[in-house]
Ligand binder design. Structure first.
Ligand SMILES: [Zn+2]
Length: 203
């Protein structure tokens, strides 16, 4: 796994000196060698976010979360040995503010549009602005689509009406709990059953 959002490429079992951006500086320090990422579920099993494994262990030790899936790795913390969790679930439900906006990224647009060109169904290789930016089109979820290079070049700075093209459905921001994780970091394969994401989705 990689933790690109936090500037670390180290996986479980490796040692690293990544600073834990999410852990409280006053939390007990369970393990200096814990560098993995853990999927945090709400008490209802709804995915909430990704935290460092270090942070997850702190939550488990504080009885604020329980391990749902663990790795073979163990850390010694507070005189106990804890398996490094892959997925943890909060013991108490937390209310999540909505809406949660999904960061607009090339990869997220490709994922939303199924990696295919919205115009011809071919393999998507670029992002097209439906209303061209030169005509005031915005770089927002409702104006960006995945497109193949050929369609993108053919369309150029013209509108759909001028091309006689149409979209299968109006583009929009993706929604759903799993999307909160997208664009932030690599999705651990062991998280998928909790995310309800197809296998092709990666952050
Ligand atoms: Zn195309």
């Amino acid at each position: 796994m990689s933790i690109t959002a936090l500037g670390s490429s180290s996986g479980p079992g490796t040692t690293g000196s990544r600073r834990d951006a999410l852990a409280s500086p006053h939390a007990p320090a369970p393990a200096a060698s814990t560098t993995g990422a853990t999927l945090l579920l709400n008490a209802t099993y709804e995915p909430l976010c990704v935290v460092s494994s270090r942070r997850a262990i702190v939550l488990v030790l504080a009885a604020k979360a329980e391990a749902v899936d663990v790795t073979d790795d163990e850390v010694h913390a507070e005189r106990v040995t804890v398996a490094v969790p892959v997925v943890v679930r909060l013991t108490r439900y937390v209310r999540v503010p909505y809406p949660v906006s999904v960061p607009l990224s090339r990869r997220a647009v490709f994922t939303r549009d199924g990696q295919t060109c919205v115009y011809c169904g071919g393999s998507a290789t670029s992002i097209d602005h439906v209303v061209p930016r030169s005509r005031g089109g915005t770089h927002t979820w409702d104006n960006v689509v995945a497109a193949c290079r050929r369609c993108n070049h053919t369309k150029a700075d013209r509108s759909l009406a001028e091309m006689g093209w149409s979209l299968p459905h109006p583009p929009g921001a993706p929604s759903g709990a799993a999307w909160r994780l997208l664009g932030h970091r690599t999705v651990d394969p062991r998280w998928r059953e909790w995310l309800g994401m197809p296998d092709s989705v990666s952050a």
